[in-house]
Design a protein around this ligand. Structure first.
Ligand code: SF4
Length: 359
């Protein structure tokens, strides 16, 4: 797995700070250049500070933007220059408790926006950066201020915001319209009937709030990606959900049908929730057929390609982020490997798909 946290050594009395690992000549005060190579790692210096990074080569992190935490002697790789999968965790707080949540919520919130702003200003040109949680819109005012500040100084960046879509109001319409070209909203919906959706997210009234949020995104002309994790609890409801989306949320750019991650609540509830689509694809296939017939875009995220019947493989995306992706030993001899997104790093063969078949 790609390391997102690096061991460092620097003065523990310093406040946290953001730097960019520079190729050669520094372009700004935040650029860190190699000052020395020592047996324990590489020593970097900016105009202000010196620090050492251990356990990784310069070429692996050049161009990366790091948040240095001197107290914990850790560097967080906030933005990796070579990756298309950069996501900033806005908060671990959430107002739902989804039964398959990969990042179970925490009560405490630490506002990181000042570091995120410093980091994003140093990002490579023209990239899309993810903003996720928890529920980012629990801190809506600060989030909107952060996005405004980024767009003031960088007109080449865009954001993908993962949100439960329940905290938008009509007052947000002007702001949403102002930024609609540069924001893509990823919003989960688990069923077309309120009771099933609310049960999956463990929040009464969630579906109704979500419907209001989707209506506001629609009125704003926002770019929307709907997301549905398939579970034992909702897989048979997918055709009904496809019908609902194509009738009532047809402005969505795409609908992502997703396999679950075996981590967080997903690991705890794996046996009760994981649906093995390698054995039965019928409900998913019917939902895709319906979307295609109505000329609505649909995609499959996190599905190993051999678990998808050939007629549907064209909608399977390489969706698993590089830092948490793996393949199985049997994949080495598979002709589909280059087109297959593989597995999450925490996937286990013993309770996973029964139909993995190298092609
Ligand atoms: S065998 Fe591995 S590489 Fe081949 S399609 Fe299946 S999961 Fe993908």
């Amino acid at each position: 797995m790609i390391k997102l946290r690096l061991r460092i050594a620097c003065d523990p009395a310093l406040e946290p700070f953001v730097v960019r690992i520079a190729e050669k000549d520094p372009q700004c005060d935040e650029d860190a250049v190699v000052a020395a190579q020592v047996p324990t790692g590489l020593v970097y210096r900016t105009t202000q500070v010196t620090f050492r990074i251990e356990g990784i080569s310069h070429s692996e992190i050049v161009g990366d933007v790091l948040l240095i935490d001197p107290r914990r002697q850790i560097a967080h790789r906030l933005i990796r220059s070579s990756s298309p999968h950069n996501t900033l965790l806005v908060t671990e707080q959430c107002d739902q408790l989804c039964i398959m949540c990969s990042q179970p919520p925490k009560a405490r919130h630490e506002d990181m926006f000042r570091f995120f702003l410093a980091a994003v200003k140093l990002a490579p040109p023209s990239i899309q950066i993810g903003l996720s949680g928890g529920e980012p819109l629990l801190h809506k005012a600060a989030l909107f201020r952060f996005i405004d500040a980024v767009f003031t100084s960088r007109d080449d960046l865009t954001f993908h915001i993962l949100s439960n879509g329940q905290h938008l109001t009509r007052d947000d319409l002007p702001w949403l319209r102002q930024h609609r070209e540069r924001l893509l909203w990823g919003v989960p919906i688990y069923a077309a009937d309120p009771r099933s959706h609310d049960e999956i997210v463990s929040k009464p009234g969630a579906f109704e709030q979500l419907s209001n949020g989707l209506a506001i995104l629609g009125r704003a002309g926002a770019a929307l990606e709907l997301r549905t994790v398939i579970l034992i609890q909702n897989v048979q409801l997918l055709p009904q959900l496809a019908d609902f989306i194509s009738r009532h949320v047809s402005f969505a750019m795409t609908w992502a049908i997703m396999q679950m991650e075996r981590i967080g609540f997903g690991r705890m509830n794996w046996a009760e929730c994981f649906f093995d689509n390698s054995i039965d694809f019928s409900s998913i296939g019917t939902a895709i057929d319906l979307m295609r017939a109505r000329q609505q875009d649909v995609q499959l995220y996190n599905f190993p390609l051999c678990t998808v019947p050939p007629a549907y493989r064209d909608v399977a995306a390489l969706s698993i982020s590089d830092w948490k992706q793996k393949y199985l030993p049997c994949c080495a001899k598979c002709g589909l490997r280059d087109h297959c997104g593989g597995f999450f790093a925490w996937y286990r063969e013993e309770d996973g798909f029964r139909g993995i078949q190298p092609q």
